[in-house]
Ligand binder design. Structure first.
Ligand SMILES: [Cu+2]
Ligand SMILES: [Zn+2]
Length: 204
């Protein structure tokens, strides 16, 4: 009986995961500094209410840092100017507190602790991973940038947030093939999982 409940749990997990894939897109952006070292990671998940952005970073100065989605998916060190201005398909002005704003790529500041690390999460409905006017996957792509200083959320065009210290190209994650396959790969996964569990627990 126990093995059956384990199979059931695993099946639920797998189906849940496949459903998550089917429900939307995912993307990732490894965040590099001017020397090319990976100092953090940003994950993007399309949810019904917007794109959930989850960031973990280390090695930054303690305090608030501007963080934005920039218009071009190109991170050329050391200044990362190649990433262009803020992602702004709706031609607004900069800042979450700007009456004429915000840019679609504007985000609340990232707060770094005394140890130089930060964990950040924000859901924005100003961008999408799915196709359309607000899609991050337009012709030239998009990138995520963390700045040296805080974003004042009102000064056009970049909130006086200073130099660009970390940059990551936002890249679609593999796994999208599951969406094309639909039911069959799900069943194959379930069959494989059931077989493994049977081999481990069921064969006595
Ligand atoms: Cu920026
Ligand atoms: Zn902006």
């Amino acid at each position: 009986m126990r093995s059956i409940s384990v199979i059931f749990m695993l099946a639920t997990l797998l189906i849940g995961d496949v459903t998550a894939w089917a429900a939307g897109e995912r993307a990732a952006a490894p965040l590099r500094d001017a020397e090319g070292r990976v100092m953090g990671m940003a994950l993007f998940v399309q949810e019904s209410q917007g794109v959930r952005i989850s960031v973990t970073v280390k090695g930054l100065a303690p305090g608030e840092h501007g963080i934005h989605i920039h218009a071009v998916g190109k991170c050329e060190p050391p200044d990362f100017l190649s990433a262009g201005p803020h992602f702004n398909p709706t031609t607004k002005k900069h800042g979450l507190n700007n009456p004429e704003g915000p840019h679609a790529g504007d985000l609340p500041n990232l707060v770094v602790g005394e140890d130089g690390s930060a964990v950040y999460e924000h859901v924005t409905n100003l961008v999408t991973l799915t196709p359309g006017e607000l899609s991050l996957f337009d012709e030239d792509g998009s990138s995520l940038i963390i700045h040296a200083g805080p974003d004042d959320q009102i000064t056009d065009p970049a909130g006086n947030s200073g130099a660009r210290v970390l940059c990551g190209v936002i890249t679609p994650m593999k796994g999208a093939s599951l969406r094309i396959g639909g039911l069959l790969p799900t069943l194959l996964l379930l069959a494989a999982a059931a077989l493994v569990i049977w081999l481990l627990f069921g064969r006595r």
